[in-house]
Design a protein around this ligand. Structure first.
Ligand code: FAD
Length: 451
């Protein structure tokens, strides 16, 4: 049977674009469908615009810190409008680059929503297209809970396009997106309350990191309310009134939910073809990203493995090399470094202490909390935290967690060390860079024995 294409990709985000480009370079005839904007979540309304807003918000602290170093910083003001316009210009530029990537790699773009007709046939609008292989790379969407008045709330999608900076904002959620946006709004001058229904933010991260970061965010003026959840949102003449489940009320000008993301599988036609989904609607895949239908694969957030851009890209590459490159390989999800662009940042790779104890039983812990050198003259009370987790029998470093300026930049290289299965002895044998926050990673000698 002949097909229009060798590969049809649904979703031109991080995973889909990479998979289509590499597959095409390996000789496949490739088409891709996108219903919103080429580039996907990361480029259009995720990592990239988020990091630009993080940069913008950090200046507030930088101006303050500068004074201790002798700078007289004059009158400061911030224009949200300018920030959003400049951010949009950059996102449009990147969107154009992604269009060019597809064009230059001979990937045919179908603009519109794609659905599956059968295991080799896709429909985009009134066009019907056939392909030997189909790749689902449709990503995920913010979940908005069923709370009365939820129509007055925004998600991260709308936060990037607010007409003005809210004077008072409530951010609901305790994951990294909630924490990052709380920091963005706080830095830009909003009065921020972070509401989280559990008892400590950043579930899934190392407990020491969670406690430490929580303290740092509080010092910076973010009001963190744990074990708190909105029951009702009402619009009033002067803003919104949010009634919590415990009966208390809070006033704000905007409320943003960052309470999770649902895989985009609804209405795609997957179940009818026998593509099995997990309970949360994510596509079930093998290590090589193959679904339960042999010619249909899935990568990225829609599979709910590790929802990060570099992981989606990695899965997309592994898929292309497996199917079109004759080099079958599984996507590798071990020791994936990641960051939270909070203020201060978090960088983390490997196991948390709790995970390491569960896996190995006894573990050695090294940890250090200190005032970064920059903060001495600035007068800022910001502290840094570094933690190493070591499996004692093998001496392998199995987890590294950093909270502090540039933690994201530092953790990338530490990730290489963990990938190379570095031991604590090898960390110790590495000469530090002085003066730096990173040198702490190679200079900690005393095992933590309890407070
Ligand atoms: P996406 O990039 O979401 O792409 C899916 C695409 O498919 C979308 O463009 C969508 O419009 C399209 N689509 C869906 N259904 C259809 C259909 N039926 N037909 C046609 N098109 C369809 N990750 C990081 O690594 N670092 C970060 O700092 C970071 N920050 C983030 C901040 C925010 C606010 C958010 C929301 C996410 C962030 N992420 C971050 C996560 C990252 O954006 C995702 O992990 C990544 O984009 C996943 O890529 P993907 O290819 O799976 O899906």
């Amino acid at each position: 049977m002949t097909f229009d294409y060798d590969l049809f990709v649904i979703g031109a985000g991080s995973g889909g674009v990479r998979a289509s480009r590499i597959s095409s370079s390996l000789g496949a005839r490739v088409a891709i469908a996108e219903e919103f904007r080429v580039g996907g979540t990361c480029v259009i309304r995720g990592c990239v615009p988020k990091k630009l807003l993080v940069y913008a918000s950090h200046f507030a602290e930088d101006f303050k810190d500068a004074e201790g170093y002798g700078w007289a910083v004059g009158e400061r003001s911030h224009s949200w409008k300018t920030l959003i316009e400049n951010k949009d210009r950059e996102i449009n530029r990147l969107n154009g680059i992604y269009h060019n990537i597809l064009k230059n790699n001979n990937v045919t773009l179908y603009e519109g929503r794609a659905t599956l007709v059968d295991k080799n046939t896709v429909k985009v609008g009134d066009r019907t297209i056939t392909a030997k292989y189909i790749l689902i790379a449709t990503g995920a969407t913010p979940v908005m809970p069923d709370v009365p008045g939820i129509e007055h709330a925004i998600s991260s999608n709308e936060a990037f396009h607010l007409d003005e900076l809210p004077k008072r904002i409530i951010v609901v959620g305790g994951g990294y997106i909630a924490v990052e946006f709380a920091g963005i709004f706080n830095g830009l001058g909003s009065d921020v309350t972070l509401l989280y229904r559990r008892d400590l933010i950043l579930r899934g991260f190392d407990d020491d990191v969670r406690t430490f970061l929580s303290g740092e965010l509080t010092k910076k003026g973010i009001k963190i309310e744990t074990n708190a959840n909105p029951a009702r949102i009402e619009k009033r003449a002067n803003g919104l009134t949010v009634t919590l489940e415990d009966g208390r009320t809070l006033e704000c000008d905007a409320i943003m939910y960052a309470t999770g993301r649902d895989p985009n599988t609804k209405g795609l036609g997957l179940e009818a073809l026998g593509v099995e989904l997990k309970e949360n609607g994510a596509v079930k895949v093998t290590a090589q990203s193959q679904t339960t239908v042999d010619n249909i694969y899935a990568v990225g957030d829609v599979t709910d493995r590790i929802a990060l851009t570099p992981v989606a890209i990695h899965e997309g590459m592994a898929f292309a090399e497996t199917v079109f490159g004759g080099r079958p390989r599984a996507a590798d999800h071990e020791n994936v470094p990641s960051a939270v662009f909070s203020q201060p940042q978090v960088g983390t790779v490997g196991l948390t202490e709790a995970q390491a104890r569960e896996k190995y039983g006894a573990v050695d812990i090294y940890k250090s909390q200190f005032r970064p050198m920059k903060m001495t003259l600035s007068g800022s009370s910001e502290q840094a935290f570094v933690k190493l987790i070591v499996e004692p029998k093998s001496d392998l470093v199995v987890g590294v967690h950093i909270v502090g300026g540039d933690a994201a930049e530092i953790i990338q290289s530490v990730g290489i060390a963990l990938k190379c299965k570095a031991t604590k002895a090898q960390f110790d044998a590495t000469v530090g860079v002085h003066p730096s926050l990173a040198e702490e990673i190679v200079t900690m000698r005393e095992k933590y024995t309890g407070d």
